[in-house]
Design a protein around this ligand. Structure first.
Ligand code: ADP
Ligand code: ADP
Ligand code: MG
Length: 498
């Protein structure tokens, strides 16, 4: 292993998760942080930490120069970008290489080839990977209207430079097109500095199924099965599971082969994900995009296969060969992840900010918590409102679901509004239990949503918290202070919380 020290160009739960993987391999870790994160867990847990700037991302986590300077100052020989921020920035990957350091991710050319939705569609078409019927070309209103007419409505406008669901608009009729295109262009320009749009046929009641790829620098490309991510709000995932309740063995074969073909077409190395949209009417599937990085939902794949994807990313980046052939990778059981966000599902998922007064995260067999926070920390509007991911594994889907629901009922973040009650409603819904959901299912089946009981914590609970703090009592067993014999008053908080 030629990586002795790793700098993590990220924050929150993913930075902590990477620190953990590196520590287990005997690799020293360097965190970077903005002023908003000076005492965040990822900073405290890394071996070293370097301040890179004030809170806004443009002045800190997106600053290539500051991150390279931090690597130089600490003599880190590799940089892991995590996800978001600079993870899919080919210039960053290139700059890291030029500075003589290892970029833990794919070659910059692969990032570039997949970074533009228009170019990626062309490339995939040429490679024989099915893409959604669509249009990439001159994107003035007249051209778009003509393309939409020949595709047939409804159509979906997407930002060519897009990601994170930004710049997307469903268009139902020709009359709506111009206005939707103007809005999508504005959003794309604002988010990516690039207003170009593409058009795809909108597939109703579609499912989002993606395939995890792991490829080494010796030409071996393996797939790590699929993840179903159709439970979404605003085109963004909130619950993911594997295996997909929709995909049968025949479809799995076809999709995993197409994913390997896609990776091969761009000379892919390291961990990446090929996203597909599946039309449930005829089980046809189409390439959406390839995410050239680790994904938020990677832990469910790790649970299914019993391996550590970040450690394999590091080994691949260091030039090691994958020790398996495809038949060696046999999945076991079922895994589900829920993303816990500081956001309010009752107000259209608006982010919620504030100080975390108390944090209670579950510790149970078969449950993994990837958290980025701790009590006392401020949740600000500067960054993504993801607080933690709760992942449950069990032999069967039903058992995994039961584990996840139990774990979520024992999770609380006091001080901000979270989506936990909403997640519990999703998991309890008969459609979800039956595996019958699709990408707009949340909007159709659950919205508008409001918690059944009072949204506010009862005054008695707040009074008890204040009293417990005054008395120096435990907020919960194991919260930084020595665990007491008696569980604190927050142990059963979900009895109070709708
Ligand atoms: P996943 O496919 O794993 O769910 P997402 O596409 O939701 O990942 O993105 C992962 C993270 O990266 C999120 O925090 C999201 O906000 C961020 N992100 C994704 N694409 C972009 C982008 N083009 N620019 C900035 N942030 C992005
Ligand atoms: P992003 O880069 O923002 O992640 P994607 O192309 O991956 O954009 O699409 C994000 C989500 O939008 C998908 O998971 C799906 O819910 C929806 N979507 C994308 N393309 C289509 C389509 N052609 N038809 C129906 N839904 C789509
Ligand atoms: Mg996507």
């Amino acid at each position: 292993m030629n990586i002795r020290k790793l700098l993590i160009a990220n924050r929150g739960e993913i930075a902590r998760r990477i620190v953990r993987a590196a520590q287990e391999m005997g690799i020293r870790t360097v965190a970077v942080y903005s002023d908003a994160d000076a005492t965040a867990p990822h900073v405290l847990e890394a071996d070293e930490a370097v301040r890179i700037g004030p809170p806004p991302v443009n002045e800190s986590y997106l600053r290539i120069d500051a991150i390279l300077a931090a690597a130089q100052a600490t003599d880190a020989d590799a940089i892991h970008p995590g996800y978001g921020f600079l993870a899919e920035n080919a210039n960053f990957a290139r700059a890291v290489r030029q500075a003589g350091r290892i970029f833990v991710g794919p070659p910059p050319e692969a990032i570039e080839a997949m970074g533009d939705k228009a170019a990626a569609r062309r490339l995939m078409q040429a490679a024989g990977v099915p893409v959604v019927p669509g249009y990439q070309g001159p994107d003035d209103d007249a051209s778009l209207r003509q393309a939409a007419a020949s595709l047939g409505y409804p159509v979906l406008l997407k930002a060519a430079a897009g990601g994170g669901g930004k710049g997307m608009r469903i268009v139902q009729t020709p009359e709506e097109l111009a206005e939707a295109a103007a809005a999508a262009r504005r959003e794309a320009e604002h988010a990516f500095g690039d207003p170009r749009l593409i058009l795809e046929k909108y597939i109703p009641r579609a499912r989002h199924v993606e395939v995890q790829i792991l490829a080494d620098s010796h030409g071996q490309i393996l797939h790590l099965y699929e993840r179903e991510c159709s439970v979404q709000r605003r085109y963004q995932k909130i619950i993911e599971e594997t295996p997909s309740p929709f995909v049968d063995e025949e479809l799995r074969q076809r999709m995993t082969q197409a994913a390997r073909k896609a990776a091969q077409a761009v000379g892919y190395v390291n961990a990446g994900t090929v996203e597909f949209i599946v039309d449930p009417r005829d089980r046809s599937f189409y390439f959406l995009e390839m995410n050239t990085r680790l994904q938020v939902e990677h832990p469910i794949t790790e649970a299914l296969l019993g391996l550590d994807l970040v450690q394999w990313q590091l080994r691949i980046a260091a030039g090691e060969k994958l020790p398996w052939q495809q038949p060696d990778l046999q999945p076991r059981g079922h895994a589900i992840e829920a993303r816990v966000y500081a956001e309010d599902p009752a107000t259209g998922f608006l982010p919620s900010t504030g100080q975390l007064l108390a944090v209670h995260e579950p510790q149970r067999p078969g449950v993994r918590v990837d958290s980025g926070v701790r009590a006392g920390l401020e949740v600000t509007a500067y960054y993504d409102p993801l607080l933690a991911k709760i992942i449950a594994w069990a032999e069967t889907r039903e058992q995994a679901l039961a584990r996840l629901r139990t774990a979520l009922r024992q999770t609380s973040y006091l001080g901000v509004v979270t989506n936990i009650p909403f997640l519990l409603d999703v998991l309890a819904h008969p459609d979800f239990r039956a595996g019958q959901y699709f990408t707009r299912w949340v909007d159709e089946a659950l919205m508008p949503w409001s918690p059944e009981a009072a949204e506010e914590l009862p005054a008695e609970v707040l009074a008890a918290l204040a009293l417990a703090r005054e008395l120096g009592a435990e907020a919960r067993p194991g919260l930084g202070e020595p665990a007491s014999e008696q569980p604190g008053p927050w142990y059963r908080l979900h009895g109070w919380w709708p």
